[in-house]
Ligand binder design. Structure first.
Ligand SMILES: Nc1nc2c(ncn2[C@@H]2O[C@H](COP(=O)(O)OP(=O)(O)OP(=O)(O)O)[C@@H](O)[C@H]2O)c(=O)[nH]1
Ligand SMILES: [Zn+2]
Length: 363
């Protein structure tokens, strides 16, 4: 019997540590590293790191490296050698593109080409999953167990963790209750909680949809700005309300409200992307400059929830062919695509055009 956290729980702890600026230790059979998220680094921890007497590297995505004209010898990432006199603002400047236009020259940046980047790749996945900028300050460790114990740090076995992180966390239903809505008095809200300590997701069931026929369904990704604030920069608010209205009118449907704000990068990073959009980059370019893919969402979650609720076939309200492909791949049949074209305005016209041109959205 042990009360110790398992690997999923240890990873959740590591994410919380990184968000607070606390280092974690990653380790595989051949090597080990101390990891700090660049975004939450402070001057004291940088000084403490230096006092350990080795040269740290800053792992960044290949996309970010490309913007900084640094060679990415590791394919999808680059290990930037941190110069001995580099300050906290140097580290943040490499990690965060916000001030690229104000201070364009940060280099030339030297990048490592020898040795393995496996732990660096895992570190980037970990900081991304903590909704932080994809940049991790790392230092080689020779005695990781003793080091982690002496400093009370979370220690993660790299190989097992990498395998686990590529999987979607199982979700458990927590509670459901009646929720009369303006579009239908027969509303019901279900809460689902992932086992990895991640954000909860919601399902709003309208009426009593049959489980043996395709259900009118929407996979809506959280958009604080559009859903709640009435932002004109996207079409999320009108899509949310339009989908619910259609379900209310038909008397049945299910809307999944997935807490994957900003196409999975989190609200803070979405605002960083908006700030880059104010500098002239489009929605896809802005994500890339930050070091993210265009879309970091995991739609397996949506398919899992639908199946847990007993649905196997949907009439999907969407303009995004990626959502349809993902549903089919996860064993949910899309019997029909129901277009959802609402809320175009002068502020989001270019955004919608970019999604059509670059992300394959259907017009
Ligand atoms: N990163 C980023 N996310 C954005 C931006 N604008 C909106 N979002 C997010 O994009 C998501 C909206 O996507 P959805 O409406 O669910 O999906 P979609 O891929 O457009 O597909 P459909 O609406 O189903 O056609 C939300 O999570 C928003 O927060 C942006 O400029 N950058
Ligand atoms: Zn939006």
């Amino acid at each position: 019997m042990t009360l110790a956290p398992d690997l999923i729980e240890t990873l959740a702890r590591a994410r919380a540590d990184l968000r607070m600026g606390v280092p974690v230790v990653l380790q595989n059979e051949c090597e080990a590293a101390l990891v700090l998220a660049a975004e939450t680094l402070d001057a004291q921890r940088l000084a403490d790191l230096r006092a350990l007497g080795q040269q740290p590297v800053l792992a960044i995505s290949a996309r970010r490296a490309q913007t900084l004209k640094a060679r990415a010898y590791d394919g999808d990432l680059a290990r930037v050698i941190v110069p001995p006199d580099a300050s906290l603002s140097w580290v943040l400047g490499v990690a965060d593109p916000a001030d690229d236009l104000k201070t364009p020259m940060k280099g030339p940046l030297m990048t490592a080409r020898d040795g393995s980047a496996d732990l660096h790749r895992l570190a980037l996945d970990l900081v991304k999953s903590a909704r932080l900028l994809p940049a991790a300050l790392m230092l080689d460790l020779t005695a990781p167990e003793a080091f982690a114990e002496a400093h009370h740090l979370t220690r993660i076995p790299g190989v097992e963790a990498a395998a686990l992180m590529s999987r979607s966390s199982p979700l458990d239903p927590v509670v459901s209750a009646r929720l009369p809505l303006a579009v239908s008095e027969a509303g019901r809200l279900h809460i689902f909680r992932p086992e990895d300590g991640g954000e909860e997701h919601y399902a709003i069931e309208i009426g009593q949809p049959r489980r043996d026929a395709p259900v009118l369904a929407r996979l809506h990704s959280a958009c604080f700005t559009g859903d709640l604030m009435g932002s004109l920069k996207c079409d999320c608010g009108p899509q949310l309300r339009g989908a619910l209205a259609q379900m209310g009118a038909e008397g049945a449907g299910v809307l999944l409200y997935l807490n994957q704000e900003g196409r999975g990068i989190g609200l803070a990073n979405k605002m960083r992307a908006y700030s880059l959009q104010d500098q002239g980059f489009d929605t896809v370019e802005a994500n890339h400059r930050l070091g993210f893919e265009d879309d970091e969402r995991d739609f397996r979650i949506g398919a899992d929830i639908l199946k847990r609720m007993g649905f196997s076939s949907v009439r999907l309200l969407t303009n995004n062919p990626g959502k349809i492909a993902m549903m089919e791949q996860c064993g949910v049949t899309v019997s029909e695509r129901v277009p959802l074209k609402v809320g175009e305005n002068s502020h989001n016209r270019a955004y919608l055009a970019t999604k059509a041109a670059k992300s394959g959205h259907l017009l």
